[in-house]
Ligand binder design. Sequence first.
Ligand SMILES: [Zn+2]
Length: 225
Amino acid sequence: MGSSRPELIIVDDESSVRTTLSLVFTGLGYSVRSASDGFSALALIHDRAPTILLSDLNMPGMSGFELLSIIRRIHPTIHVIATSGAFSGRDVPDGIAADAFYEKASGLSFLFEAVKQGAQSDSMTRKSSARPVPIWMSPTRRVSSDEFYILMGCPRCLRAFPKVVIDQQQLICETECFHCRAPISYAIVPAVDVTPPEASLYEVIDIDGITVPFDASSINRHDPN
Ligand SMILES: [Zn+2]
């Protein structure tokens, strides 16, 4: 473990943003890695957890909303900065599991300061001040104009269960685990570029006696062959 440079992971689906910010922060003395979506970011974190993670919110595959709620639960000591052009201001938008928020194109000096604070902050302080946040997830399949299936993972008993959700008025919803009855706070956000796949791509699987449509194309996409 030679380097004492603070480690930063940049997650953004736009390659120009990744390239530019990687160059800038490497020049500022950070050790920088980057990922183009949430799944790749989780792989990088699995290899080695960074001090700071800067993530876009709207991305294909796994959105930043979902990524950040996973990081908060699994790696609560990582200092997380959310970035987006879809929200404005300097406060972390409601329900998003981040320590800071950077509105895209609102001046890099604020971003530099936010990253610097992340490098200097004490991870134990972060842990104790972390607010409870909802689980963000993507809809598995829309079943009608105002209903869709989600596959919910219980944070307490770790078992999954399917749920039909009505398009909500409010963003953050409450339910309880089908298995252990733990209360679960969740929010639904589609990943970017979710187009309704062909009906033939869906198979029906059976989970604990409940049938759920299953998007077989999502498996094919991750097939290395
Ligand atoms: Zn449970």
